[in-house]
Design a protein around this ligand. Structure first.
Ligand code: C2O
Ligand code: CU
Length: 463
C-alpha cells in the first residue's frame, strides 16, 4: 500500500479542501490537574465525503488536546482509562522523573480499564513534545491516542496567533475512507517497513487550509505521530527555515535546501514570514510532490521586527574524552534480514521466534530481556554506535535523555544536533552521545511501532 499521488488524487479532487486547520483544543485543568481521558470516539479522517472511523481518543479529540505549560512547570495530569484494554501515557522527549515515564510494565503497572493514574512531573526544557499511549502502542497510537505537549520559553517569542502546532498523522484507510482495523498487527507490516498508511491528516483533518498573516513571522511546530511513515518534507519550498529538532532550539534559523525527513515521533519547528498574500503548498515529497495542506496567506499589516529565536535549552554536554562506547547492532526483518539471525541461533530457533511474532533483534536479542542492555553510572557519557544491519530504515528513540548525533558512516556531522529520536538508513552506522544523568530504567526502541512490538526494544539502567 503506497501513499502516492495516484491513490490520493481521487480524494484531492473530492472537494474536501477548504477546511481551515483546527486550532487544537487546549487541555483544561481543574484543581491543578489537566484531565485526560482515553475512550472510544469517532472522526471522519478523509473529509466529509468519507465514512466515520471508530477511533480511540483523548478527551474525544483528534489529536488529543494540546497541553501547554511553561519551562520548569510541574505538569499534573489526572489520566483516566475508559478503554476496554489497559494503557498508559508516555511524555515523549521530556527529561522526566523515571516513575512518570509512562512505560507500562517497566516504570508503572498498566492502567486497567476504569482506572486512573496521576502523572506529576517537571518539564525542564522548552520546546515541542508530545504524549502517546505506551501499552500495545502499535495498536493504540495509530487509532488516535496521541497529542501535543508544548513547553513555552520563559518569555515566548511568538504570539499565540503566530505559534502554530501541526500534528501530522498517516492512516490506513479502506476504500470508504474508514480506518482499516482488520490489518492491525499484520505480520507482514511488522517484518517490513511497519504499518504504513495511505492518507495523511493535519490536526485530524484532510487537506486543510492553514491561515498565515502576510509579513509576519510564524513558528510552525510539526509533530509526526505516524506509526511508521517517515515524512519527506521540503520546508525551503515554501520559504521556511528550521529552528529546532525534537524540541531543542538551534542557535540560528537554518535554511535547508531539498528534502528533510521527519520520522515517526520526531518534531521539527519551522519559522516563516510569507511576503505576499496568496497560497503556499505544503507538500510531501513523494515521487511527485503531493500537497497535503495549503498555507493561506492573507494581507495584514506587515511586522518589520526582526526574527527573534527561542532560547536554547541547557542540556548536559557529553564528555567524549571519558565516554564509554556501547554497540547497538540491529538485525532481522524481511528482505534478507532474517538470515542474519542464524548467526546466533539454529534454524529451528529462528522459526520459533517468527512464530512468536519476533522478527528483529538488538545485539542478538529479540525484544525486552530481564537484564538491561547496559548500566551507566549516573553522569557517565555514553556513546552509542548503532549499526543498521537490516534492509529497512528505523527511527530510534531513547527515553529520558536527549543525545547529540555525532557521526553517520564514520563522517562527523556539521551540525551535531540534539535529538531524542534518530533515523538510520539500511546498512548505516550512526554514532550518538549523551550524558546518562537521569536515574532509572529507560527504553531504547524503534518508533516504528510494529518494529518495537516485534523485537526492536531494549532498556538500559542509570544509577
Ligand atoms: Cu514516543 Cu517509547 O516512545
Ligand atoms: Cu524500526
Amino acid at each position: 500500500m503506497n501513499l502516492d499521488r495516484r491513490s490520493l488524487l481521487k480524494f484531492a479532487l473530492a472537494g474536501c479542501a477548504g477546511t481551515a486547520v483546527p486550532r487544537l483544543a487546549l487541555a483544561q485543568s481543574t484543581g491543578g490537574f489537566f484531565e485526560l481521558t482515553a475512550a472510544p470516539g469517532t472522526a471522519r479522517l478523509y473529509g466529509k465525503d468519507g465514512g466515520t472511523s471508530g477511533l480511540w481518543l483523548y478527551n474525544g479529540e483528534l489529536p488529543g488536546p494540546e497541553i501547554r505549560v511553561k519551562r520548569g512547570d510541574r505538569v499534573k495530569v489526572r489520566f483516566k482509562n475508559e478503554l476496554d484494554q489497559a494503557t498508559s501515557v508516555h511524555w515523549h522527549g521530556i527529561r522526566i522523573d523515571n516513575a512518570m515515564d509512562g512505560v507500562a510494565g517497566l516504570t508503572q503497572p498498566p492502567v486497567a480499564p476504569g482506572e486512573s493514574f496521576d502523572y506529576n512531573f517537571v518539564a525542564p526544557d522548552a520546546g515541542t513534545y508530545w504524549y502517546h499511549a505506551h501499552a500495545m502502542s502499535w495498536n493504540q497510537v495509530p487509532r488516535g491516542l496521541s497529542g501535543p505537549l508544548i513547553v513555552e520559553e520563559d518569555d515566548p517569542v511568538f504570539s499565540p496567533e503566530t505559534d502554530i502546532t501541526l500534528v501530522l498523522s498517516d492512516w490506513r484507510l479502506d476504500e470508504n475512507g474508514v480506518l482499516d482495523t482488520a490489518s492491525f498487527g499484520a505480520r507482514h507490516d511488522f517484518s517490513h517497513a511497519g504499518r504504513l498508511g495511505n492518507w495523511l491528516t493535519v490536526n485530524g483533518v484532510s487537506l486543510p487550509d492553514i491561515p498565515l498573516k502576510q509579513g509576519h513571522w510564524h513558528r510552525v511546530r510539526l509533530i509526526n505521530t505516524s506509526a511508521a511513515r517517515i515524512l519527506d518534507l521540503a520546508p525551503s519550498r515554501f520559504g521556511a527555515k528550521i529552528i529546532a529538532y525534537d524540541g531543542q532550539a538551534f542557535m540560528d534559523a537554518r535554511d535547508v535546501p531539498g528534502t528533510v525527513q521527519l520520522a515517526p515521533a520526531q518534531r521539527m519547528d519551522l519559522v516563516l514570514r510569507p511576503q505576499a498574500a496568496g497560497t503556499l503548498d505544503f507538500e510531501m515529497m513523494t515521487r511527485q510532490p503531493f500537497t497535503f495542506a495549503t498555507f493561506q496567506v492573507s494581507g495584514a499589516e506587515s511586522d518589520s521586527r526582526p526574527l527573534r529565536l527561542p532560547e536554547v535549552n541547557g542540556l548536559p554536554e557529553p564528555d567524549l574524552e571519558s565516554a564509554r562506547e556501547v554497540p547497538l547492532v540491529m538485525q532481522g526483518g524481511a528482505m534478507g534480514g532474517m538470515r542474519s539471525l542464524l548467526q546466533d541461533r539454529s534454524e529451528n530457533e529462528v522459526r520459533q521466534m517468527m512464530q512468536d511474532g519476533l522478527f528483529w533483534t538488538f545485539n542478538g536479542n529479540p525484544g525486552m530481556q530481564d537484564a538491561p542492555m547496559f548500566t551507566a553510572e549516573r553522569g557517565e557519557t555514553i556513546v552509542l554506535e548503532s549499526r543498521n544491519d537490516t534492509s529497512f530504515a528505523h527511527a530510534m528513540h531513547i527515553h529520558g535523555h536527549h543525545f547529540r548525533v555525532l557521526e553517520r558512516n564514520g563522517e562527523p556531522l556539521r551540525h551535531q544536533d540534539w535529538r531524542d529520536t534518530f533515523t538510520t538508513q539500511p546498512r548505516e552506522t550512526v554514532k550518538i552521545a549523551f550524558v546518562a544523568d537521569n536515574p532509572g530504567k529507560w527504553l531504547i526502541h524503534c518508533h516504528m511501532l510494529g518494529h518495537a512490538a516485534s523485537g526492536m526494544r531494549t532498556w538500559f539502567k542509570v544509577g
